[in-house]
Ligand binder design. Structure first.
Ligand code: 5GP
Length: 141
């Protein structure tokens, strides 16, 4: 498998070299909003450890990402009054992966509303700020 690229965009976010709308952080994970959301409140949960995807992450590190994803998913449902939540995780280009640091997508869903296609458009920063505020509040409950 291709080696981990330490200059991928999420590695830069983890090092503080690139901004993000952070919603939750633990000693081993970071959660932030996707800048090209496919639905309101589209969030990403990533490990701090260098892992390209599901094929190289250690099981215990992935378990921590899953634990935090569970928390973010429940908070997102509440924050956006969603009817459901879709989780997605793509590993390798053949599966649709475009950023090569493991991440889980947390996608609030609404009955009868399709997801936008990936990378359709960059969201307005004010809108992202508002969505981050709502998700952060729900994560604190
Ligand atoms: P993948 O297709 O690899 O599962 O998803 C990568 C995701 O990263 C996409 O949903 C894309 O919108 C998001 N993304 C790409 N660049 C950035 C960025 O600079 N910041 C944030 N927050 N998300 C990004």
């Amino acid at each position: 498998m291709t080696a981990y690229d330490k200059d991928n965009i999420f590695a830069k976010i983890l090092r503080g070299e690139f901004p993000c709308y952070k919603v939750y952080e633990t000693d081993r994970t970071l959660s932030f909003l996707d800048i090209m959301p496919r639905t309101i409140g589209h969030a990403l949960v990533i490990p701090k450890v260098a892992a390209r995807n599901i094929l190289d992450i250690k099981p215990d590190d992935f378990a921590e990402v899953a634990r935090v994803t569970h928390k973010v998913a429940n908070a997102a449902k509440k924050a956006f009054d969603a009817h459901g939540i879709t989780l997605e995780q793509f590993s390798e280009p053949a599966a649709g992966q475009t950023v090569f640091h493991l991440h889980i997508h947390v996608l609030p869903r609404f009955t009868g509303v399709d997801l936008l296609p990936p990378a359709s458009r960059k969201e307005d920063l004010k809108v992202l700020e508002d969505h981050a505020t709502r998700l952060i509040a729900a994560l604190q409950d």
